[in-house]
Design a protein around this ligand. Structure first.
Ligand code: SF4
Length: 356
C-alpha cells in the first residue's frame, strides 16, 4: 500500500509545513476573540514562550472583524477557527489571517465552498480540515454513542476526512493540512496512521481535551513514525503550557531544540531551601523572555537541593546552584566557584545566560 508519511508541503505564513520541515508548535487562545486587545496580549505571551502558530475561535462576525486588529499586532501566523459559516471564513481571509480551519463538506452549497477556496488560493492561504471523533456525521444515525471498536472509529474518521479532502482536491486546492482527533488515544493514533497511508496531505496532530500524559504518549508515537507536521497539545490551563508541553515532546524525541535542559533534584531530607519555588522562578523568567529563551537553548542548568551531592549529581550541567540554608554554591561543570545568597540566584542565572 502506498505510504504517504513523507507528505507534500503546505505554506502557512512564513513556514513550510510537512515534508522534511521542522514540526511546528501551535496553541489556541482562550480569550474572547472579539476582545482584540486581550487576544493580542495572550498571543504575544505565547510568542514569547516560543509558540509559532496561533489559533483563535471565530464564532461570529464581530470576532471575524476583530481579526485584522489582532493580525497587525502579532508576529506569528494566525489561524481562524471557523465551523461552517462561509461568510465568517471570507471575512477572516479578508482580515489577513494565514490559515482557516474549516471543513469544506460542512459549508453547504458548492458555490460557497468554491468562493472560500478561491479566496484562499488568491491570497496563498492554507486550510485545515479538522475531523473530531465527537462530531462525526455518522454519529447522527445513533441516539447514543455507538459501540464501535477503536479501529472502526478510526476508519470512519478517515473516511469523513477524505470526503473533505476530495472536495478541495476537485477544486485543485492542495495547500491544506488535515487533523483527526479524539480524546481517545488509540482512536486518534489509529486514525492518523490510517490517514497517512492513503493521503499525502500533512497532518496537524493532537488530541481533544487530553492532558499532558495522553498527549505525550499519542504524539510521541505518531511523531516517531514520521506523522505530524505541526502539533498542538490541548490543555485546560494557561495556554503557554500547551507550548511548553509540545516542545518537551519534540525535544525528548530529538526533533527540535528549544530552551534549556533544567536539571533539578527531586529533593530529600537534606534540602534546606524551597527548591521548587526557585525552579519555577527560573522557568518563568526564561519562558517569558525571548532573549533568555534563545540564549539558554541547549544549555544544561542545574538547580540542586544540597551542597553535599548537588554539584556532583549535576556534574555535566553547564552551570548551576546547589542550595544550602539561605544561600547556595555556584558551580560550573561540576567545579564550585563561589557562594550566592538565595535572593540573588535568579539574577545570577539570568546574567550567566545572557553573558555566557
Ligand atoms: S541533591 Fe542533595 S538535596 Fe537533592 S536529592 Fe540529592 S542529596 Fe537530596
Amino acid at each position: 500500500m502506498t505510504n504517504f508519511k513523507r507528505t507534500r508541503t503546505v505554506k502557512v505564513g512564513p513556514y513550510t509545513l510537512g515534508g522534511k520541515n521542522p514540526v511546528r508548535v501551535q496553541a489556541m487562545c482562550n480569550t474572547d476573540t472579539r476582545d482584540a486587545a486581550a487576544t493580542v496580549k495572550q498571543i504575544i505571551m505565547l510568542e514569547n514562550a516560543g509558540c509559532e502558530i496561533n489559533r483563535v475561535a471565530v464564532p461570529d462576525m464581530d470576532a471575524a472583524l476583530a481579526l485584522g486588529k489582532i493580525v497587525r499586532k502579532i508576529h506569528t501566523p494566525l489561524v481562524a477557527d471557523i465551523h461552517f459559516d462561509y461568510k465568517l471564513a471570507l471575512e477572516a481571509i479578508k482580515q489577513g489571517v494565514s490559515k482557516i480551519r474549516i471543513n469544506p463538506g460542512n459549508i453547504g452549497d458548492a458555490e460557497r465552498t468554491k468562493e472560500v477556496v478561491k479566496a484562499c488560493k488568491d491570497k496563498g492561504l492554507a486550510i485545515r480540515i479538522g475531523v473530531n471523533a465527537g462530531s462525526l456525521k455518522e454519529l447522527k444515525k445513533f441516539s447514543g454513542t455507538p459501540n464501535w471498536s477503536d479501529k472502526k472509529w478510526a476508519q470512519i474518521m478517515v473516511r469523513e476526512a477524505l470526503e473533505h479532502v476530495n472536495i478541495l482536491e476537485r477544486l485543485n486546492f492542495k495547500n491544506f493540512l488535515v487533523s483527526l482527533k479524539s480524546d481517545n488515544l488509540n482512536r486518534t493514533v489509529l486514525a492518523c496512521e490510517e490517514f497517512a497511508k492513503v493521503c499525502a496531505a500533512p497532518q496537524h496532530i493532537g488530541l481533544t481535551e487530553a492532558g499532558t500524559v495522553k498527549s505525550a504518549i499519542a504524539l510521541s508515537r505518531l511523531l516517531g513514525e514520521g506523522i505530524g507536521a505541526t502539533i498542538r497539545v490541548s490543555l485546560t490551563e494557561d495556554p503557554r503550557k500547551q507550548v511548553r508541553c509540545a516542545y518537551e515532546i519534540l525535544k525528548a524525541l530529538g526533533l527540535r531544540e528549544f530552551g534549556p535542559n533544567i536539571i533539578s533534584c527531586p529533593t530529600c531530607g537534606r534540602t534546606q531551601v524551597e527548591l521548587a519555588k526557585e525552579v519555577a522562578k527560573l522557568e518563568e523568567a526564561i519562558y517569558s523572555d525571548p532573549v533568555l529563551l534563545k540564549k539558554s537553548t541547549g544549555k544544561k542548568i542545574a538547580v540542586m537541593g544540597c551542597i553535599v551531592n548537588g554539584p556532583g549529581e549535576a556534574r555535566d550541567a553547564d552551570f548551576g546552584i546547589a542550595g544550602g540554608r539561605g544561600e547556595g554554591l555556584w558551580f560550573e561543570k561540576g567545579q564550585i566557584i563561589g557562594k550566592i545568597p538565595q535572593n540573588k540566584w535568579l539574577k545570577k542565572f539570568t546574567d550567566k545566560i545572557i553573558k555566557g
